[in-house]
Design a binder for this molecule. Structure first.
Ligand code: SF4
Length: 373
């Protein structure tokens, strides 16, 4: 018979002191017990409100000097680079549809420096001062600083001065140098990712945190990753949310290698275990666990709301990166549809801003006759 959750483990979870051994042993209990504990902690931490943000993803280029094995987005032969005018046209459209945020990320271009990134932020903020710029992964910030031959600190100060509101904590993949050395050898090392993030927090730029799991990493490495996020949060308090992201195996080398080894996408029960463990390990430290409808699909992302998650992410309006890697859950979800999914889970929907500092009353967005260019 499978073990049940011990009182010690529950006590540790309530106190925000879950150990790696606790976390690994929680993977042995019947899944519904694990989901139940996560759901209880979620309720005690944030109640029944489930948030979402009205936003638009803008991927300004798919050209990249990187060589990540999991990437299906990079295209150096027939790729694109959006002009500032094209970026602004997308922001304008997002603004018309009620977006409060644009999430701007792209590949690493060989011939740009910090000015390129500053120009994007300054141009957006000049025309749309009311829209939050949630932009540039730690890898992009590191690249910009390196290209300009300045420190990451200096680059972050300049980006903040230009109007950068917050950063996506992407490029994290699995924070283990063993794994990174195989799947993204040219990317930041674990300590460098943590350093850029910590420096961003200290510069007054909050970030999200992510984890791309379900490929060559071990369960221990997943737990180490979430615990590192917890350690950074204890030091800076700068993470707004944690987003577990299952690996998308299509059209990329890593997926092909896995398929040869007889491995496919993560089972839904395992995805839910990761959401539950994220809630449990990060309890009292990171309040918001985001369920990604792009990666999990709409139905499973709704179920994740019963396993520790309290946020459904964004409307996105266009989502190119996961789609290239085989996610076929759509590029846009209206605020009405998000609210429907939340209400039909017995929870209360609220639109939020990027950093969860403001909740809006139910809004009349997404009713426009939407045509996304
Ligand atoms: S994941 Fe990002 S950094 Fe890596 S190859 Fe793709 S676009 Fe480049």
């Amino acid at each position: 018979m499978k073990p049940t959750i011990s009182d010690d483990i529950i006590e540790n979870a309530l106190a925000g002191k879950t150990t790696k051994e606790d976390a690994l042993s929680l993977l042995q209990v019947p899944p519904f017990e694990l989901y139940g504990l996560a759901d209880r902690l979620r309720y005690e931490s944030v109640g029944d409100i489930v948030t979402y943000v009205v936003n638009r993803n803008i991927n300004f280029t798919n050209k990249c000097i990187g060589n990540c094995w999991f990437c299906a987005f990079r295209n150096n032969s027939g790729g694109y680079v959006l002009s500032i005018e094209q970026i602004l046209a997308k922001v304008k459209e997002a603004d018309r549809l009620g977006a409060t945020e644009v999430c701007i990320q792209g590949g690493l271009l060989p011939d740009v420096d910090l000015d390129f990134y500053l120009n994007i932020i300054e141009s957006v903020k000049e025309e749309f001062p009311h829209i939050s710029t949630h932009a540039f992964s730690p890898m992009e910030v590191y690249h910009a600083a390196r290209q300009s031959d300045i420190s990451v600190d200096e680059a972050l100060v300049e980006l903040k001065r230009a109007g950068l509101g917050s950063m996506p904590g992407t490029a994290a993949e699995i924070l283990s140098d063993r794994v990174r050395g195989i799947i993204c050898p040219n990317k930041l090392k674990t300590s460098e990712w943590a350093e850029v993030i910590t420096k961003a927090h200290r510069t007054g730029i909050p970030t999200t945190a992510t984890m791309m799991y379900g490929h060559i990493e071990t369960l221990e490495e997943r737990m180490d990753h979430i615990m590192l996020i917890r350690d950074i949060q204890k030091e800076t308090g700068g993470f707004t949310e944690f987003v577990p992201l299952p690996f998308m195996p299509h059209n990329n080398r890593l997926g092909e290698e896995m398929q040869k080894a007889g491995r496919y996408i993560t089972p839904g029960t395992e995805d839910l275990q990761m959401y539950a463990l994220a809630r449990i390990i990060l309890n009292t430290h990171v309040k918001n666990i985001q369920s990604s409808w792009v990666k999990l699909g709409k139905k499973l992302s709704q179920v994740a709301l019963l396993c520790g998650a309290n946020d459904l992410g964004g409307t996105l309006m266009e989502e190119k990166i996961s789609r290239a890697a085989g996610a076929n859950n759509g590029e846009y979800m209206s605020a009405q549809e998000l609210e429907w999914f939340i209400r039909s889970s017995g929870r209360e929907p609220r639109q939020r801003n990027t950093i969860y500092s403001r909740l809006f009353d139910s809004v009349d967005v997404g009713k426009a006759n939407i045509k996304i260019s």
